[in-house]
Design a protein around this ligand. Structure first.
Ligand code: PLP
Length: 425
């Protein structure tokens, strides 16, 4: 009941004020329950804005090839026509191609969806020119803000020229991430788009400003997953402006630390003009695969033997591993991860140099379970190398409970685990 949520509404408005300051936007819509839902709410606001100006025909959405899969999916859900923009060899948006496509579709251009820093892990230096180009042809800029942890306190979506953007509170603002939710992906909007943001169909959203009333909801509850918002409010309040900026700096520093120490062992696919990455780095495993048959999956499985959950695989580039340490890992943990990756590279070298067979080695047989060590052992490497490849691994050994399963087979061959009808009698 509204008369019992006065404090909660105050907290939500406090969080919205914090997010306005962080993003530079004028309004925050607290409805979307995920980043993807924020994208949807943002594009809907853009389409409504165009429609209100008589521009119903503005339906083209430019999306760079480097985009997260949710971007084209969202544009498609909104009934927009997706036009893909190419990237150059450095992973940046190809400015010439962007300008050509914006001009070609000028009459029907609705929006550009762009991630900054990009999913290639680079701060695109042309970002302001990219946004200005889209505006020049009458389009709006949707910034995918999932990588806000590389911006907070240093720059902002409004500064770079975006009109609307989501923030993943379950990525950047401390809400536990994973396991399927709940999440929160509120969007920030510039003043001209604010009147077009989603509102709740039945319940009041509690704000004085009801200019956006009647726009329809994007989620069932008026403030999305409201029960988890105190986590972000507490995080931002306790960190303060300086703390948040420091977290961003540490996230960028950590990614560059990993990239600098691993690049001699695995090529870092994309860097900016100063040779640096943003908040994540992509390690290219394709040359190793070509030379030895060892793939990113083998490395990911082997990391389990070292006690690590593998980083993101084959996204956004197939055959690569993307490492995003964030600000949360301390230097000791980063050093252990780097040592594990270097040790794995040495294991790969043994295959390259013919010292161990390509199809029977610690990588192809990973992960190793306790059961593997109980019976006879006739592998061309020792139990010690398999289970305790580095001295500290035994200090806190994680034992995978099953050997490798064929992920792709499982993904492609769904089966029902419920009891068959004939067994129900
Ligand atoms: C995580 C992510 C999304 C989607 O966010 P969800 O909350 O998972 O829907 C969109 N874009 C990028 C770049 C992301 O990293």
């Amino acid at each position: 009941p509204a008369d019992q949520t006065t404090g909660y509404l105050e907290m939500i408005e406090g969080l919205a004020a914090q997010l306005r300051e962080i993003t530079g936007f004028d309004a925050i819509c607290m409805q979307p329950n995920s980043g993807a839902q924020g994208e949807y709410a943002g594009l809907v606001a853009i389409l409504r804005y165009h429609a209100a100006r008589g521009d119903h025909h503005r339906q083209v959405c430019l999306i760079p090839r480097s985009a997260h899969g949710t971007n084209p999916a969202t544009a498609q859900m909104c009934g927009m026509e997706v036009v893909v923009v190419n990237c150059d060899d450095n992973g940046n948006v190809d400015l010439t191609d962007l300008k050509a496509k914006a001009e070609q579709h000028a009459d029907r251009l609705a929006a550009l969806m762009i991630t900054y820093p990009s999913t290639h892990g680079v701060f695109e230096e042309a970002i302001r020119e990219i946004c200005a180009t889209v505006h020049q042809y009458g389009g709006q800029v949707y910034m995918d803000g999932a990588n806000m942890n590389a911006q907070v306190g240093l720059t902002s979506p409004a500064t770079i020229g975006a009109d609307v953007s989501h923030m993943n509170l379950h990525k950047t603002f401390c809400i536990p991430h994973g396991g399927g939710g709940p999440g929160m992906g509120p969007i920030g909007l510039r003043a001209h788009l604010a009147p077009f943001m989603a509102d709740h169909a039945v319940a009041a959203t509690g704000r004085e400003d009801r200019a956006h009333a009647g726009q329809g909801a994007v989620s069932a509850a008026q403030f999305g997953s409201a029960s988890i918002l105190p986590i972000s409010w507490m995080y931002i309040t306790m960190m303060g402006g300086r703390g948040l900026r420091r977290a961003t700096e540490v996230a960028i520093l950590n990614a560059n630390y990993v990239a600098s120490l691993l690049k001699a062992h695995y090529p870092v696919l994309y860097t900016g003009s100063q040779g640096r990455v943003a908040h994540e780095c992509i390690l290219d495993i394709r040359p190793i695969k070509a030379a030895t048959g060892i793939s990113e999956v083998d490395i990911a499985k082997r990391l389990m033997d070292y006690g690590f959950h593998a980083p993101t695989m084959s996204f956004p580039v197939a055959g690569t591993i993307m490492v995003e340490p964030t600000e949360s890992e301390d230097k000791g943990e980063l050093d252990r991860f780097i040592a594990a990756m270097v040790s794995i590279r040495n294991e790969i070298r043994a295959i390259e140099e013919g010292r161990i067979p390509g199809d029977n080695n610690p990588l192809k047989n990973a992960p190793h379970t306790q059961a593997d060590f109980l019976g006879d052992w006739d592998r061309p490497y020792s139990r010690q190398e398999a289970a305790f490849p580095l001295a500290w691994v035994g200090d806190n050994k994680f034992w995978p409970s099953v050997n490798r399963i064929d992920d792709v087979y499982g993904d492609r061959n769904l089966f029902c685990s419920c009891v068959p009808m004939d067994e129900l009698g």
